[in-house]
Design a protein around this ligand. Structure first.
Ligand code: ADP
Length: 709
């Protein structure tokens, strides 16, 4: 017996049954086919019976039956009334059915085609078969059918027929192995076709959404499953069911699957490899997202789109039936995910390039990329064309050189300079299509891309900047001239006006000493006081003018203590006249980085304190040290300054007093300017005692405090 034939107990029993009848010489038994001598010719292809022609029919019949029984082809003989008359040993071995199991074609249909049962198609097919078998035309075409064997195996058979008049012989050849192989090849071919069509779609895909939807549908139909989806990885790590087929409509674009290992998707992302579910109900690695259970999913497979470092998402395929996903299926999905990730990355790169191109085009600068070797302009942004106009544009196309744009530019020289340093900037002029001359600042940068060398030229229109520069120069000159004028005026004040005023002062003092007439004395004292004011104004204006035009001062280490004391002494006369009590809360030394002009600041604050104090009041002068500054404080108990006036009294010609106190509102602005030049601060607060003001300014401490100890 052929070792590959099924060895079921039943088959063996049937074989024994037939053999016992065979040996019993009666061919008329129920399960034994009795064949008439007029049908010999029909058996010729199977055996050489010529040597037996002179034998008795019985011997021949026995021999024929013996031959049929031992034939290596499964065989059944059917009467045209639907009764099955004979099945040989090979039939019983391969299909497992004996005549007891299938006495009629009807019984045979029931057991051999349970899935389709007695479907119209099968019955029609068989009736057609039987009709043809017994038709006189005898054009018996072979057919292929899938038959369920007694052991429940589904096997493919090749069936060929021989008409014996009122009976027919069917030879069944088991072609399951070759059929399986053929089906496998067909299935793989189908997958390859799907890969090819998805690949083709990917190449011309403008819209990634269309490609993804096409892919999920194609994959589902190719694998013969109900569900397929692409789950996009979100920035927070979860997965969005972005594209899919088979799922309820509301799920698409809405279901978010957490990146947790209890979900099939999350588990795949963690395992970093395809994960196959054979049966979700017996799955132990994860329980699966409720989406799968809600859709009665049984089997499935997932595949990463991308890799662990750059994961775009997960491709998932699910079936409600138990499905064994094969290596071919895994390979197929791998090919699909490769196409998807490449397409997604290509789209991202294209989008970035597009963005980059748009940014360059929107630039206000003229951007050109030039071939480092030939000097040809490879790329020019839209700004270049807006400057060139249509004519210049076609000129640049005909002669794609930078010199077409800017005539004085020499490619050789640019290369030479770029060999020395990777970038340089030069200025040039460019005449536009409407004959406007532009000043350009061009930055040349060498860009080496593997073997190829490029020059990036970015030209900026600096025409307005140039014009502004010229205007600025002219203003600077005017300013310089007017400063000179101011200096001359200041000099005139100091020398040409102060000298006569000083002469008037000297003469008036002389006359005052010698005059006895009361009337004349009064007039002379008026002249003296007004002249004094005049001198004061001229001196102040002269100081301020000089300070105003100064941008910096030269500093030395100066002790503020003697400076402060001598300033108070200068006003001793006024102090005595008003009977003021000036308290010095200073010990010193106070070494500051200062210029001698700082004494004006001391004098001004002390003179104001005297001026704005009533007779007999107190003035306190103190110096405090903070980290690296000295704070000079002059406190008075005079009329004080209202809050709204405090910020403005340091401005030129600003006065807070409406009373009779004499002043021009220049003193504090000079203090402010002096302190600004010393990079210190100046300010005023209310006297915390409730009456009067606290004026203060700060200066930087000097380097060496000990020298003056
Ligand atoms: P002026 O010559 O008017 O004193 P200043 O610039 O020195 O000019 O002062 C500006 C104004 O600030 C003064 O007009 C006065 O109103 C106010 N002021 C300055 N010092 C004091 C002070 N110690 N007490 C009250 N008001 C003061």
């Amino acid at each position: 017996m052929d070792p590959s034939e099924p060895k079921t107990g039943k088959a063996d029993a049937a074989t024994c049954h037939v053999e016992s009848e065979n040996s019993g010489s009666r061919a008329s038994s129920e399960n034994t086919f009795c064949i008439g001598s007029d049908h010999f010719s029909e058996l010729d292809p199977l055996m050489d019976l010529s040597a037996l022609t002179d034998e008795k029919n019985g011997i021949i019949e026995k021999t024929v039956i013996g031959v049929l029984y031992r034939l290596p082809v499964a065989m059944m003989i059917i009467e045209n009334n639907g009764k099955i008359r004979y099945v040989n040993r090979k039939f019983i071995n391969v299909l497992g059915y004996s005549l007891d199991d299938i006495p009629t074609t009807e019984e045979w249909f029931k057991v051999a085609f349970p899935q389709i049962g007695l479907s119209c198609e099968t019955i029609t097919q068989w009736h057609d078969l039987l009709n043809r078998m017994f038709s006189p035309a005898r054009d018996k075409e072979d057919i292929e059918l899938q038959i369920q064997c007694k052991n429940m195996d589904l096997r493919h058979f090749h069936l060929s027929f021989t008409d014996l008049g009122h009976m027919g012989v069917i030879a069944l050849q088991d072609i399951s192995v070759s059929k399986d192989l053929e089906n496998q090849v067909k299935y793989r071919e189908k997958q390859q076709a799907a890969v090819a069509s998805i690949g083709a779609q990917a190449i011309c895909a403008d819209d990634i959404d269309d490609l993804m939807q096409f892919t999920v549908e194609k994959v589902a139909s190719t694998l013969g499953v109900e569900f397929c989806s692409v789950l996009e990885k979100l920035p927070q790590g979860e997965f969005l069911l972005r594209w899919g087929t088979g799922w309820e409509d509301w799920c698409i674009g809405a279901v978010i699957i957490p990146d947790e290992s209890y979900t099939h998707t999350g588990y795949t992302a963690r395992e970093k490899e395809p994960v196959i579910i054979n049966d979700l109900f017996t799955e132990t690695r994860f329980k699966g997202h409720s989406l799968l259970h809600a859709h009665d999913v049984t089997s499935g497979i997932t595949m990463m789109i991308g890799n662990a470092e750059r994961l775009f998402g997960i491709l998932a395929v699910y079936s409600t039936n138990t499905r064994n996903f094969t290596e071919d299926d895994t390979l197929f999905l791998q090919e699909i995910t490769n196409i998807l990730i490449e397409t997604v990355e290509m789209h991202m790169t294209m989008r970035q390039l597009q963005l980059f191109r748009e940014l360059i085009n929107r630039s206000n600068d003229l951007v050109l990329i030039i071939d480092g070797v030939t000097g040809h302009v490879k790329y020019a942004n839209e700004k270049v064309f807006s400057y060139l106009g249509p004519e210049g544009y076609s000129r640049l196309q005909e002669e794609p050189h930078l010199s077409t744009l800017i005539q004085s530019v020499d490619h050789g020289q640019i290369l030479e300079r770029l060999n020395v340093s990777n970038a340089f900037t030069s200025e040039d002029v460019f005449t536009s299509h409407d004959n406007i001359i532009y000043d350009l600042e061009i930055n040349f940068t060498r860009v080496d891309d593997n073997e190829r060398k490029y020059i990036l030229a970015i030209a900026r229109d600096i025409t307005r900047k140039k014009t502004a520069e010229l205007e600025l120069k002219s203003y600077a000159q005017q300013l310089h001239d007017s400063n000179k004028m101011k200096d001359i005026f200041t000099d005139i004040i100091s020398h040409d006006l102060l000298n006569p005023a000083s002469n008037i002062k000297g003469f008036t003092e002389l006359l005052l000493e010698n005059e006895t007439d009361e009337q004349k004395l009064w007039m002379l004292s008026c002249i003296a006081s007004n002249n004094e004011k005049l001198i004061n104004i001229m001196e102040t204006t002269s100081i301020f003018s000089r300070l105003d035009s100064m941008s910096s001062l030269e500093f030395n280490d100066i002790d503020l203590l003697p400076l402060c004391k001598s300033s108070i002494e200068m006003f001793q006369h006024q102090i005595s006249q008003k009977g003021l009590d000036v308290v010095l809360e200073i010990e010193g030394p106070y070494i500051a980085k200062a210029h001698p002009v700082i004494q004006h600041a001391f004098c001004n604050l002390i003179s104001n304190a005297i001026k704005y104090s009533s007779n007999g009041e107190r003035i306190i002068v103190g110096i405090e040290g903070t980290n690296d500054m000295w704070k000079i404080i002059v406190t008075d108990f005079g009329e004080g300054i209202a809050d709204p006036k405090k910020p403005v009294i340091f401005d030129r010609f600003s006065r807070a007093t409406s009373g009779n106190t004499v002043g021009k509102g220049l003193g504090l602005s000079i203090v402010k300017r002096i302190i600004e030049l010393h990079t210190g601060n100046v300010g005023v607060d209310d006297n915390p005692c409730g009456k009067g003001s606290v004026f203060w300014f700060t200066v930087h401490k000097g380097m060496d405090q000990s020298v003056f100890q």
